[in-house]
Design a protein. Structure first.
Length: 81
């Protein structure tokens, strides 16, 4: 569906590829993966990532979520339901 949007000389992007990321993002992915394993889930889902953002002390996004009343406990409870 995107072929008409891409320039003709553009090379297709692989379905999966390793990409570099910042140390903070790597820590968030690791936290989300750890939570998924702890909850006996086969795959990391978006709410695992949200929980990881909330548990990271330096996450600006986590701080915003906390300010609007979203807690890691509520996210984990939602994951488990």
């Amino acid at each position: 569906m995107l072929e008409h949007v891409l320039p003709s000389q553009a090379k297709p992007v692989a379905d999966s590829a390793d990409m570099e990321c910042s140390p903070a993002l790597g820590e968030m992915f690791a936290g989300a993966s750890s939570l998924a394993k702890e909850l006996h889930h086969d795959r990391v889902q978006p709410l695992h990532l949200v929980a990881a953002m909330l548990s990271t002390e330096t996450s600006g996004v986590g701080e915003i979520l906390k300010r609007v009343g979203i807690s890691i406990e509520s996210v984990v409870a939602t994951i488990q339901s």
